[in-house]
Design a binder for this molecule. Structure first.
Ligand code: FAD
Ligand code: MLT
Ligand code: ZN
Length: 446
């Protein structure tokens, strides 16, 4: 099989030495550690199709991979699987500045996509902390959310069409970018969020959003979580230029400042923090200041220049890497209905303490979307007791067990908490129809 794969992509792009494959077989957190028969790096759609046919002929299943920043173990392979990494499909083509669309290869990073969109006088609506490594293909496969979702929606909202290699090696391509196109099943929408189980995305036609160059960031401190959460909802209603509203807590801020050697933002300690960004074509500072006045914040820091804005963002975005310094975390990314969101903060800490008294629970997230990242350290990577406690609580409160990271391999045990037997049967039927041999990501979702 390795010889056949080498004939397709060239020897440089078939890795079998564990020293070389290691970076592709361990996830970003270090919680999920796999192995691989080979890591293959095709250069274009034809090569991806040939790789799929080769693996199918040898009865070897495939794990699809982009930037390997996923947080639910979905891109981590086993020793008898082949990793198909899409990073070399990194072309941005057919940029149309008049309609605000472009075509991006699956391996284009989110940061590069933003640059390409800005070069065309537009912007891309999805953004998140892993932007320098996460890819267009991975973000489509996971339907990534991120920090601008409250304004521009999730990845599916940006998606006009995809090109993908299916499990039988055929290529579907729908990249015309017609805004209105009701011609049967929306295959792009189906592949989006399917986590590599239905097809390998090789390119996408993406909708861009109007550029908003005037930006202001404010970090607000609050005496309690409830006031901070309510402030996020209020801003969402009152401030049309609101671009992001991100929440974190006192212990998370302490950890970030300690592990990254950052100066604290305020002299006093506060229970909860909300990082907000407003953006428009004219300066939104006065509008943001007026909205903030009504929120009852205990302290406020405002930044208009790019360097200071980035410094404030660092307190929020560095949570992921700071938590990793404590130990491989269990990452549970959940959404709660608005009425129970604030109470959930105490409830989840208690639920974890009950089953793992020595564990630490770190909470932060996209407050205005009801999306909280529950990170737990001090627990063996394989021990799923805390995962169960958190996800059962979320289900009992009417929330979702995956807000934006997906199910991957990490949460498949709990998928029944989120989907009815009829829904699961429909999902299995789709998988069976498009990938009857279970060739693509067989351990993901089901
Ligand atoms: P990978 O990790 O390589 O793969 C993820 C999944 O997609 C796997 O199941 C894989 O098999 C599948 N896949 C990858 N490429 C393809 C393809 N071309 N075709 C079909 N399937 C494919 N996520 C958010 O939603 N919001 C955030 O705010 C956010 N912030 C993050 C911050 C940090 C610091 C980190 C490390 C991660 C963050 N993530 C976030 C998670 C992650 O970045 C996203 O899930 C991202 O979309 C994954 O992209 P990737 O290219 O790294 O995919
Ligand atoms: C975030 O919002 O920072 C990400 O989704 C990453 C994480 O959950 O750690
Ligand atoms: Zn997130």
């Amino acid at each position: 099989m390795v010889e056949a794969l080498t004939a397709v992509v060239g020897a440089r792009h078939v890795l079998v030495d564990p020293e070389l494959t290691g970076a592709y077989t361990t996830d970003w957190t270090g919680r999920f550690r796999g192995a691989a028969a080979a890591v293959v790096r095709p250069a274009d759609t034809d090569e991806v199709a040939a790789v799929v046919r080769t693996c199918a002929a040898h009865g070897t299943s495939i794990v699809v991979q982009g930037g390997n920043t996923g947080l639910v173990g979905g891109a981590v392979s086993a020793a008898d699987q082949v990793v198909v990494n899409l990073q070399r499909l990194d072309a941005v083509t057919d940029v149309d500045p008049s309609t605000g669309q472009l075509t991006a290869g699956a391996g284009v990073t989110i940061a590069r996509l933003h640059d390409a969109a800005r070069d065309a006088g537009w912007d891309y609506g999805v953004d998140f902390g892993a932007r320098d490594s996460a890819t267009v293909g991975g973000s489509i496969a996971t339907n990534a959310g991120g920090i601008r979702l409250l304004r521009h929606g999730d990845t599916r909202r940006q998606l006009l069409g995809v090109e993908a290699v299916m499990a039988d090696g055929s290529v579907i391509s729908h990249l015309s970018g017609l805004e209105k196109d009701n011609t049967g099943y929306h295959l792009a929408g189906l592949l989006c969020g399917s986590e590599g189980t239905l097809g390998i995305v090789t390119a996408a036609r993406l909708r861009l959003v109007a550029g908003t160059d005037e930006r202001v960031v404010a970090l607000l401190a609050f005496a309690d979580v409830t006031t901070a959460v309510e402030a996020a909802w209020t801003l969402r209603h009152d401030l049309p230029t609101l671009d992001a509203a991100e929440l974190f807590l006192a212990d998370g801020l302490d950890l970030v400042c300690r592990s990254l050697d950052l100066r604290r933002p305020f002299p006093e300690h506060h229970a909860a923090y909300l990082l907000v960004e407003a953006a428009g074509t004219s300066d939104p500072t006065a509008e943001l200041a007026a909205a903030i006045d009504r929120l009852g914040a205990a302290d406020v820091a405002v930044a208009t220049d790019a360097r200071r804005r980035a410094e404030l963002w660092r307190y929020r975005e560095a949570h992921t890497e700071a938590i990793n310094t404590v130990g491989a975390p269990h990452k549970l990314d959940v959404t709660l209905p608005a009425p129970v969101l604030a109470a959930f903060f105490d409830e989840v800490v208690e639920a974890v303490r009950t089953v793992a008294p020595d564990a630490r629970t770190w909470l932060f997230g996209h407050a205005a979307d009801g999306n909280i990242h529950v990170n737990i350290t001090g627990v063996d990577p394989a021990d799923e007791t805390v995962d169960d406690a958190v996800l059962q609580l979320v289900a009992a409160r009417g929330g979702s067990i995956s807000a934006e990271h997906g199910i991957g391999t990490a949460k498949r045990r709990w998928l029944h908490l989120a989907r009815s037997p009829a829904e699961l049967a429909a999902m299995r039927a789709i998988k069976q129809a498009l990938d009857p041999s279970d060739l693509l990501n067989p351990a993901v979702l089901f």
